[in-house]
Design a protein around this ligand. Structure first.
Ligand code: GLU
Length: 385
């Protein structure tokens, strides 16, 4: 067992396991044997005292197979209808598989708008926490039948990264149809090598991950690496592993070098800042100068009007807005204390002039540091790795 894996797995008591459609489905639709095998392993881990929450795909693929459709579904309503058929089936198979171990399951279907609303976000957290206390396995999927573009997570890799934040998981395991992350696309390069450990998600790592999903799943390796980036920014380790491999979960917990392990960032966001950074959709952008960049990224300070050079978008007080540097690189995301219209009037000015220009001054800061999540790593953090 490698020392790094050993260190990480030692303290894992709450895990989020994401299972992709390509793992769960075969030529005959949902593959009961694979599902039972995964469930047997989850049950074994549960008996050892590990709390597990699952995010699982497979509804659309299952519905499609049920209808005997072999060609890709073209329209969104068709996919949504297939999910309506497949979701119940997916749950029934899981429920029967867990029943063999005397374990109950609970279904949770979510859209993005359930998580951007802070109150609903907290309600979901309470529900998940009660299910975990009762030893019930929560099985989560996107509410495909109602989700349209604006309220979609996009794919279950992204949904799983949000849930990891909600349950404050100690580890995320993303089970997929490939052995892990390769240094280049293994389907096109025969000599591609598996990367067992990623200390930091650099541009090279992002470039190594290809875009394409499988014929049944939505996210490709790219979406898994983007999800790993979010999860590790919250201080949670992330493993991409081959879901069809025998005893994959048990072997991971035994410390076997399976798949790719992404190490968590040493300095990471708290739950609320993670929610601001990765769950809320940005309503605009504030271009900031180098002084402000240094103050917020390196020193953890608030954003003042004096450091702002451009304002994009039309947002109101409390909206999430991205701070970008002069090259347009996103640095941070935060909730603004002033409207876009007001910021256009006070940008570049000292705080002492706010009242004079606007006729009121509710805050010194345009974004207070408590509401500002830095997404660009500081020099100190970069040097540590
Ligand atoms: N929610 C979709 C389903 O259950 C899958 C989305 C994905 O593959 O990421 O079929």
């Amino acid at each position: 067992m490698s020392e790094t894996r050993d260190q990480i797995l030692k303290n894992v008591k709450r895990v989020l396991i994401k299972i992709g459609s390509a793992v769960l489905t075969g030529s005959e639709g949902l593959d009961r044997e694979i599902i039972q095998h995964l469930v047997d392993q989850i049950a074994a881990l549960t008996r050892k005292g590990v709390q597990i929450v699952m995010v699982t795909s497979g509804a659309i693929a299952s519905g499609k197979h049920r209808l005997g459709i072999t060609t890709p579904l073209k329209s969104i309503p068709q996919k949504q209808a297939a999910a309506a058929i497949g979701q119940g089936r997916l749950m029934r198979i899981y429920s029967n598989a867990f029943a063999k171990h005397g374990i109950y399951v609970g279904q949770i279907l979510l859209t993005m708008s359930d998580l951007t609303d802070r109150r609903r976000f907290l309600n979901i957290r309470n529900t998940l926490s009660s299910l975990m206390d009762w030893g019930v396995i929560a099985i989560i999927n996107e509410n495909d039948t109602v989700a349209i573009d604006e309220i979609k997570f996009g794919d279950n890799d992204n949904l799983a990264s949000m849930i990891a934040n909600i349950i404050e998981a100690h580890l995320v395991i993303n089970l997929t149809s490939t052995p892990g992350l390769f240094d280049r696309n293994p389907t096109t390069s025969k000599d591609a090598k598996l990367i067992p450990l990623v200390r930091e998600i650099t541009e090279e790592i992002e470039a190594a991950a290809s875009e394409e999903g499988t014929s049944v799943g939505t996210g490709g390796m790219k979406s898994k690496v983007m999800a790993a980036k979010k999860v590790t920014a919250f201080g949670i380790p992330y493993i991409i592993a081959p879901g069809k491999e025998k005893d994959v979960l048990l072997r991971i917990f035994d410390g076997n070098e399976l798949g790719t392990l992404f190490l968590p960032m040493s300095e990471h966001l708290n739950s609320r800042k993670y929610w601001i950074a990765f769950t809320l959709r940005s309503r605009g952008a504030l271009g900031i100068d180098n002084g402000a960049k240094c103050a917020i990224v390196e020193e953890g300070k608030s954003l003042l009007p004096s450091g702002i050079v451009t304002v994009e978008g039309d947002f109101v007080v409390g909206d999430p807005v991205t701070c970008i540097d002069r090259e347009g690189v996103p640095l941070a995301k935060g909730l603004v204390n002033y409207t876009a219209e007001d910021i256009r009037k006070i940008m570049g000015l000292k705080t002492s002039r706010i009242e004079q220009v606007l006729g009121h001054k509710d805050y010194d800061e345009v974004i207070h540091r408590d509401n500002l999540a830095v997404i660009r790593r500081s020099r100190k953090q970069r040097e540590k790795n």
